[in-house]
Structure formats: structure tokens, C-alpha cells
Design a protein around this ligand. Structure first.
Ligand code: N01
Length: 536
């Protein structure tokens, strides 16, 4: 049995920084990672076109000025290989690998109330004991295999974007089918279309996508960004989305039609997420939202030459932004290529597969390869995949049966000394997730420091604190348009998952202030017990 002060699960961006932070506190720590390398989601998601849709300078650690200055981002939005190289650079620069056990998948964890420590099992790769268990398992890390009738009959290659072969895949000359038009599909489709003999996209629901206008960063801009880093980071910390961009200052409804059209056009030309975040009434006013949505639909119709295809690509079933916006590079333009076809599987559903074809109600599509860009069991999937048992052997899965919850999105009642980085109830996926991770790691570092100084051996969220936090998470979401969509934010993409809006919608800056306030009130809402009190 290996013993440490803390076991961290996952060596993505959260796990790496958590390890560094714990070392700084003088705690011993081991990170258990299922993959053979660091990087988390960026280790597994190697599909063609995979890149970050938050700008590279923003989507990077802010805690080390040395790392900021030493690393050079090549593009406005970094591609997956570059982000993975960055994660490796950080791991080497901070000498993190010696405390990471690769190829070690955590299968179970049990809290021992008498000893106040966690026993962590890996199903053959060893057992571990630690006072603290920190789940850095990521919000989007468990791929969702879609329930496709008869898929087992298909003898062609089946690839999932979130579990892509490390050696890559040669699409040349192949007839390829792709299911899923969320961020992953929207990024992969233009690249696969250029490589494959023919690409058929099977679309269930169209998404809104904004151009990335990705480009190489000129040296002068890189130099300037590095000079301005502290100001930019401060701006991000004080913002809704944890990003540098200007946000929330325009009201769609207060503008004249001409001003509005100009503002939409400017945001479209600027590209990326600021199309959503620049307008303060877009996410809570249906009329404002519809105007922004209509502008994007008009863009789609102007780009896509075939009228019927353009109509199929126009989202009509959800307000813009209520499903996560996609950010693309020539996504809509791809449908003008002669080797690309779009099939609406809502009106012509998939009925089955044969050894070499996908069949819809009306048509047989011969395929060599099927790409699944069908998403994730988001926010909770990586946690409920592990048999986590807290006080009285209660399982996390059971305690989340009616919906996931965590106090501040960080700590779950009944699971003392376990913490979740960017868990349900925190801004996580609605913010720049690297900053969301940093804020959690830093806040948790302070809590553990406080525990050490005060001789506290057990930390647990009170049930009332968690309930009231999750009530606020839900009520805040209900004041917006977010819950109107069948999105993975509410777990709607996983059959049987309770419909609960999981992220915190009030903004990164509001959330950070709430966390600070909890800390300065002596960690209000947490039961902090000294060893003697626990034993009693
Ligand atoms: O997954 P998704 P994703 N039959 O869930 C369809 C992040 N990300 O991997 O909408 C047919 O968004 C499903 O259809 P529908 C980002 O946060 C970030 O693309 O359920 N279709 C949908 O079209 C993103 O939001 C980056 O009707 C089925 C698609 O599959 C999140 O990951 C890059 C189906 C799934 O879309 C998830 O994105 C990539 C079925 N049975 C991803 N099941 C960055 O750049 C599902 N679909 C940072």
C-alpha cells in the first residue's frame, strides 16, 4: 500500500497544477493517470482539426510568469498537438513526472471514517492511502458511445473523436460517415472532408457556429501579449468568462436595427465566443437572443450555396448559446465541396448497419469508416465511472441519483476530504476552464494550508450548505435561457441522466468572490474537525 498525504486522480491541466501546489505546501502527493502521458482531454482528443476554441494566450496557466514568458504560442487558437506539447513542457519544467503514475486507472475509492483517509484502488495497478482525495478527472473526459441500432454489424473502422488512435488515421480515398455536429464534429468535418474520398455528415441537431478566423500570431503581437500579461490576467479574473475579451457591455434590444447589425457583424468578424459574451441580454432575453440567432442563420444561408443544405444547417430548436457555441474554421463552407453531403437523421433516422453501410429509413450509405463525434458524459461521467464510497459506504453515484451537486462545485456532502476540481456547481465549462482550474486549485491549497495550521483532519461540506448552493445554481440558471436546450449542460445527451443544470451561470468573477467570502468566514458551510473531535 502506497501512502501519501494526497492522491490526485488525473494528470490533465487540473492534476498538474494541483500536484505543483501540494508540493509547495509541503504535502506528499501522487497523481494517478490512466493515460500514458499528461494532458488529460488533450491527450485523448487527437482527431483531425482538434484545437482549443479559447484563445491560446488566455487558455494557458497564469500562475507562473516564467512559464508565461518561456512558452510561445504559434496561433490565435492552438491546435491539439501544441496544447499537448505545452502540458508536457509544464510537466517537465516543474519536474512533475516523478510523482505521476501513468497507465493507472482508478476503479474505486473508499473513505475510512475511523482513520480519516481514503483507500484508492486501481484494479491491479496498486492500492493507495491518502488523507485527501482530489478528483482532477475533467468535465469532458468520458466519451459517450451513442446507442446506434445494429452498429456491431458494421465491419468498417469506427473511430470516436475523444479516443482517437495515437498513430492518426488515413482517410485518403475513403467513404466516411460522421455522426455528431457539436464542437468536435464541427472542427473535424472540414479537415476530414479535405482528406476523404467522400464525407457524409449525419446530423441530428444543427448547432450555431462562429468563425474562429484562426491565424498565426505575428511575433510583434506575441511580444506585446507577453508584456501585457499581468493586465490581461487581471481582466480575465474580473470577468464573466475568465477571459481577456471585452464582454457584457452591449444590449441587443437597446440598439437600433442598424447599430445591432453592425455590432453582430463586428463580433462575427472578430470571431469566437465573444459573439455570445459581448451582449448582456443575449442569454436572458428571448427576443434579444432570437435577433442574434437570426443573424447567424442569415450568415449560414449566405455561405452555403445549396438552399436545402443551408436550411438543414440552420438551428431552430434552441436559443443561440444555450448549447455550447461552436467555433469553426470553414465549417459551413465545407458543405459547398462536391464530395460532402449532409443527411438530416431527424427526418430520416438511422435504422441500422450492414457490414459495409449505414442505413437510414430511406437510403443505404456505403461506408469504409464511421467517425463518432457524439460527445461526453459531461461533468459527472468521470466521477460516477469510479466506485467512490464515502461515509457509511454511501456511493457517489447513489447520492447523485436525482442530480449531481457539490458545495461550491468543489466538495460533496458525505465524502469528507474529497475535492472535485471544476465539479458540478462551479463555472467550469462556462468559463475559460484553465482559469477555473487555477482558481479551484489555489482556493483548495489555501483550505489545506488552513487545515494544517489548525490541526484539522477532516473537512466536509454540510448538507444544508450544499443544498442551498445547488439551489442557487439552479435558480440562477432558470433566470437565463440556458435550461431551454437539450444540452449536455443538463445531461440531456445521456439517456436516464437526471436533468439538472450543472454549471454555475453567474460568472467566474461572481463565483470567485463567493469562494473568497466563504474562506474569510472561516470556511463557512464546511465542517472542519480536529483529529480528536473526529475520534470522539
Ligand atoms: O459533443 P457534443 P462534442 N445519434 O455533445 C450528436 C468541448 N469541446 O464532443 O445535439 C445521432 O457537443 C449530438 O446530437 P444532438 C466543448 O465544451 C471543446 O462535439 O444530441 N447524433 C451532437 O450533435 C463541447 O461543447 C473543444 O441531437 C448523436 C453531437 O453528437 C464539448 O466538448 C473542442 C447521437 C455531440 O455533440 C462536447 O463537444 C471539442 C446519436 N445517438 C469539444 N448522440 C475546444 O475547442 C450524440 N449525437 C476546447
Amino acid at each position: 500500500m502506497v501512502e501519501r498525504d494526497a492522491v490526485v486522480v488525473g494528470a490533465g491541466f487540473a492534476g498538474l497544477y494541483m500536484l505543483h501546489k501540494l508540493r509547495g505546501l509541503g504535502l506528499t502527493c501522487l497523481v494517478l493517470e490512466a493515460g500514458s502521458g499528461v494532458g488529460g482531454t488533450w491527450f485523448w482528443n487527437r482527431y483531425p482539426g482538434a484545437r482549443c476554441d479559447v484563445e491560446s494566450f488566455s487558455y494557458s496557466y497564469s500562475f507562473s510568469e516564467e512559464i508565461e514568458q518561456e512558452w510561445n504560442w504559434s496561433h490565435r487558437y492552438a491546435m491539439q498537438p501544441e496544447i499537448l506539447a505545452y502540458a508536457n513542457f509544464v510537466a517537465d519544467r516543474l519536474d512533475l513526472r516523478r510523482d505521476i503514475s501513468f497507465g493507472t486507472r482508478v476503479t474505486a475509492a473508499q473513505y475510512d471514517e475511523h482513520q480519516q483517509h481514503w483507500l484508492v484502488d486501481t484494479g491491479g495497478e496498486g492500492s493507495f492511502r491518502a488523507r485527501f482525495l482530489i478528483m482532477a478527472t475533467g468535465c469532458l473526459s468520458v466519451p459517450k458511445a451513442p446507442d446506434l441500432p445494429g452498429l456491431a454489424h458494421f465491419r468498417g473502422d469506427v473511430l470516436h473523436t475523444a479516443d482517437w488512435p495515437r498513430e492518426g488515421y488515413d482517410f485518403a480515398g475513403k467513404h466516411v460517415g460522421l455522426i455528431g455536429t457539436g464542437s468536435s464534429g464541427v472542427q473535424a468535418i472540414p479537415i476530414i472532408a479535405r482528406q476523404a474520398g467522400h464525407l457524409t455528415v449525419f446530423q441530428r441537431t444543427p448547432n450555431f457556429s462562429i468563425p474562429a478566423w484562426n491565424a498565426r500570431l505575428p511575433e510583434s503581437q506575441r511580444r506585446q501579449m507577453k508584456k501585457d500579461y499581468r493586465t490581461l490576467r487581471t481582466r480575465a479574473r474580473n470577468s464573466y468568462a475568465g477571459d481577456f475579451a471585452d464582454e457584457y457591455y452591449l444590449s441587443i434590444l437597446e440598439m437600433t436595427p442598424e447599430e445591432r447589425e453592425k455590432a453582430f457583424e463586428e463580433r462575427w468578424r472578430e470571431g469566437g465566443f465573444n459573439y455570445q459574451y459581448a451582449f448582456r441580454d443575449l442569454m436572458d432575453n428571448s427576443a434579444a437572443n432570437e435577433l442574434a440567432a437570426d443573424f447567424v442563420r442569415r450568415k449560414i444561408r449566405a455561405i452555403v450555396r445549396d438552399e436545402a443544405t443551408a436550411e438543414k444547417l440552420c438551428p431552430l430548436d434552441h436559443p443561440i448559446g444555450t448549447k455550447r457555441l461552436c467555433v469553426d474554421s470553414e465549417y459551413y463552407e465545407t458543405y459547398n465541396l462536391p464530395n460532402v453531403a449532409l443527411v438530416d437523421i431527424k427526418s430520416d433516422p438511422i435504422t441500422g448497419f450492414s457490414v459495409d453501410a449505414l442505413e437510414t429509413r430511406s437510403t443505404r450509405y456505403p461506408l469504409d469508416t464511421l467517425v463518432l463525434a457524439t460527445g461526453f458524459d459531461a461533468m459527472t461521467g468521470a466521477l460516477t465511472a469510479i466506485d467512490i464510497r464515502g461515509r457509511n459506504r454511501i456511493s457517489l453515484k447513489d447520492s447523485w441519483r436525482d442530480g449531481a451537486g457539490a458545495y461550491l462545485g468543489l466538495a460533496v456532502t458525505g465524502f469528507p476530504n474529497m475535492f472535485v476540481i471544476t465539479g458540478p456547481g462551479s463555472p467550469s465549462v462556462l468559463a475559460n476552464v484553465i482559469l477555473a482550474i487555477e482558481q479551484h486549485v489555489e482556493w483548495l491549497g489555501e483550505l489545506l494550508q488552513y487545515a494544517m495550521v489548525h490541526g484539522i483532519s477532516e473537512i466536509e461540506a454540510y448538507a444544508a450548505a450544499q443544498e442551498s448552493w445547488m439551489e442557487d445554481v439552479r435558480d440562477s440558471a432558470d433566470r437565463t435561457l440556458y435550461p431551454q436546450a437539450n444540452s449536455w449542460y443538463v445531461g440531456a445527451n445521456v439517456p436516464g441522466k437526471p436533468r439538472v443544470f450543472m454549471p454555475y451561470v453567474n460568472g467566474f468573477q461572481v463565483y470567485e468572490a463567493a469562494c473568497r467570502e466563504v474562506a474569510s468566514a472561516g470556511y463557512r458551510g464546511f465542517r472542519l474537525a480536529r483529529a480528536t473531535e473526529v475520534a470522539a
